[in-house]
Design a protein around this ligand. Sequence first.
Ligand code: COA
Ligand code: AMP
Length: 631
Amino acid sequence: MGRFDEVYTFAMRDPAAFWAAAAEDIHWTRKWDRVLDETDAPYYRWFAGGELNTCYNAVDRHVEDGRGDQAALIYDSPVTGTVSQLSYRELQDAVARLAGALAARGVAKGDRVIIYMPMVPQAAIAMLACARLGAIHSVVFGGFAANELATRIDDARPKAILSASCGIEPARVVPYKPLVDAAIEMAVHKPDFCLILQRPQARAEMTAGRDEDWEAAMASAQPHDCVPVAATDPLYILYTSGTTGQPKGIVRDNGGHAVALKWSMKNIYDIDPGEVWWSASDVGWVVGHSYIVYAPLLHGATTVLYEGKPVGTPDAGAFWRVIAQHKVASLFTAPTAFRAIRQQDPDGKLIGDYDLSRFRVLFLAGERCDPDTLEWAEAQLKVPVIDHWWQTETGWSIAANCMGIEHLPVKPGSPTRAVPGWDLRVLDPDGKEVPPGTIGALVGRLPMPPGSSPTLWNARQRYFDAYLRRFPGYYETGDAGIVDADGYVHVMARTDDIINVAGHRLSTGAMEEVLAAHPDVAECAVIGVADSLKGQLPVGFLVLNAGADAGRDVAKEVVQMVRDRIGPVAAFKSAAVVKRLPKTRSGKILRATMRQIADGAEVRVPATIDDPAILDEIKETLAGIGYPKSS
Ligand code: COA
Ligand code: AMP
């Protein structure tokens, strides 16, 4: 039996003993009573009775252990021309002060705090300051519009909002503060106060009595100590796309999260404390939560926080520059970033300009990794390229090549095998397991390992309905795929209406809700079509009301509506008016068939189609907006 099989088998045979051993690497202020609490199954809790502080484990303990002078965080921002770093001691000071500032304004254990920030160190400091107080942070990605922020304010009911005057995209400065103001205006719940980081690229107007200057608040704050919380208390809420416009508030606990993430740094990523690790994502996504902030810091590594893009800041050599300059051991990003680099530098010429001799492994996740991109990256970088599969809900990998345990052979197109702790199965629609190599619903036998979401914020029943109802005893990932005879997982498609645009998870259902709100739209459908750069892009189809104003460019208007209501990150730029939508006789819109036409794939027309002639019109319409793409 290989080393990986040994570890995997141990985790399957005795999960409590396996995770109790991993939990020894975390500092607890009170030891747990039960490693796995099954009393409320199918809602499972890890390390019940235990108490700890996540911020203490991520920051203070390293200062006490002699890492005070080591860089904790390197901030590299080509969009502002800044490179700076914070040692663990400096990070501790900043986090303790911000925690003090929040506490002085009434934030305490269990309170929620929304963080709507660009990729600046203060975003990580804000998350850790909340963790220090036992307050629950909810980071909202900066590319979301005011309306999305408002939805989250009303669901999380935060005491405070922490934000900055602006974010910086390569082509424009994005003022954040007007979005915060608009969101607070729209929301029913109002925060007690806002702390605003003023950036020189755009100063924010402050609302007297509600908004305070971040730096001034820090300057007058008293440092605050770490507050022990229950292992099962929430550390954060992270909203992610569900099947409707109402996002799901994924809850992460403190104990299981700290244990799993610390374990993953060595066992999956093969990083040692003191090494430099870079996750090129955004703190607004789960990858950013887990692998820009928490995991590398829990592990005593140095994390790079990069405010830039893979291309255009200034060129397709940006990633190689960062790796060389900061002596990065391993990088984690989304395949789309590599597709963008490859598009601009197909022969990898810019790689030669940098010393990448310390670079060991490239990890890719967030969307399906096409073998072409994986093989290109391998050939250019001459290091292992590791695809791994996970979700906001799970917080860390479901399937990966565990580089710190045993480097298994890579099969391009597969994120390798289920990681220790995940009992992954493939089920048919009746809930029966299918033979190896057969496609079905990818599900995890309960309980899921520590770190995975125990519930949804304020929506225990929705958690059950969304993930546990369909296949009793299993967690439904929402992904379909196969497990082959070697146990390798192949993730093929979502089973719901979620699409993945440049590694960003979006709901076509939520976009349809926006389109349907246009007064001239009678009916609509949004589908995700294949895109060679972003993986998928949304395309909308509109059927107009009989009396619709002929002079109005409704397609253009709905594009703007999605940008205004969901945000630029939706990348919704194509919509077309059609006379009718293809449907089954029972009235179900045939989105899959439309997608096949758009992708230039084999079109499997369902026998239940009401009127096949409509497909010709759809084909023509798609051709009119450039689909299928020729390459
Ligand atoms: N604040 C405000 N606006 C933002 C934003 C933010 N934090 N992040 C993105 N946007 C905007 C962009 O400016 C762009 O707006 P535009 O329509 O006016 O051009 C839109 O949202 C889409 O952004 P993005 O997805 O970044 O696309 P892009 O075309 O600018 O860049 C890539 C394409 C591939 C370079 C880019 O998507 C990328 O770097 N992806 C890396 C993957 C990644 O980080 N995934 C996260 C999960 S691991
Ligand atoms: P998110 O919750 O934003 O991390 O998105 C999770 C979804 O992204 C998964 O359910 C998958 O559909 C997709 N995904 C993430 N990583 C991979 C991967 N390595 N291979 C295929 N799909 C992936």
